[in-house]
Design a protein around this ligand. Structure first.
Ligand SMILES: Nc1nc2c(ncn2[C@@H]2O[C@H](COP(=O)(O)OP(=O)(O)O)[C@@H](O)[C@H]2O)c(=O)[nH]1
Ligand SMILES: [Mg+2]
Length: 222
């Protein structure tokens, strides 16, 4: 079992490194959005694309076990989206992304948003070649999730604490949730967000802009 897992992850890491080099050469800033189902990944992406308003070329890879629903929600904003259905699989892997990249006609310097399969466990172990994993935790999930599913929060560089518009209706201790997440990953950046009210979207866009600038600079050096 251990050997099989090592082989699978080793192969995935090699493919992810190829993706990372491919993206770097083109100055493309790629994010891997990970969370449990229903935390608001697609809603945040729609809101983000609307707020960007075409200012930056952006494209989306949607991962779900079944259906094209999320890709259709993205395309309604005018942004291109490619849906990957993983069937029985509980996460995207680097090879799936490698096969998607050349089919997407991505502009140099663009933003690539990858919505992973909703699952707080499997996607943590699989590097896709992204610049950062972004974990979304919604306030309806309970503040204990970073401690129960630490790998995901340890692998992420940013956590969007989403659905904060619902806080008045819940017993959710925001400070405790953030404290738990930081215990697992002291370097984690946290942004409180709401895809519904738009809270935090400016801060999230500023974080994206900084990443895009870094990706562009890195492509110029390459
Ligand atoms: N109140 C509230 N609802 C949200 C927010 N973000 C997403 N939702 C709702 O949560 C549900 C799941 O959202 P979706 O974007 O499909 O989540 P995903 O499975 O992570 O892609 C939908 O009914 C959304 O309307 C938010 O910030 N506030
Ligand atoms: Mg979704």
């Amino acid at each position: 079992m251990l050997k099989i897992e090592r082989d699978i992850l080793g192969k995935n890491n090699a493919r992810a490194a190829e993706n990372r080099a491919w993206l770097r050469a083109r100055g493309i800033f790629a994010l891997n959005l990970v969370s449990s189902p229903g935390s608001g990944k697609t809603s945040l992406l729609v809101r983000t694309l609307q707020a960007l308003g075409g200012r930056v070329p952006a494209a989306v890879i949607e991962g779900d076990q079944q259906t094209e629903f999320d890709a259709e929600r993205i395309r309604a904003t005018g942004a291109p989206a490619l849906q990957i259905n993983t069937g029985k699989g509980c996460h995207l892997d680097a090879d799936m992304v490698a096969r998607a990249l050349p089919r997407m006609a991505l502009a140099d310097g663009s933003l690539l948003l990858i919505e992973n399969v909703g699952n707080l466990v499997c996607p943590a172990a699989f590097d896709l070649g992204e610049a950062h994993k972004v974990a979304i935790l919604s306030v309806t999930e309970g503040e204990d999730k970073p401690l129960k599913y630490p790998d995901m929060f340890a692998a992420a560089d940013l956590m969007l604490l989403n659905k904060v518009d619902l806080l008045p209706y819940l017993r959710f201790d925001t400070a405790r949730a953030i404290d738990y997440a930081l215990r697992v990953n002291p370097r984690l950046r946290v942004i409180r967000s709401s895809a519904t009210s738009g809270e935090g979207i400016d801060e999230w866009l500023a974080w994206i802009d900084a990443g895009l600038a870094a990706a562009h600079a890195s492509a110029r050096r390459a």
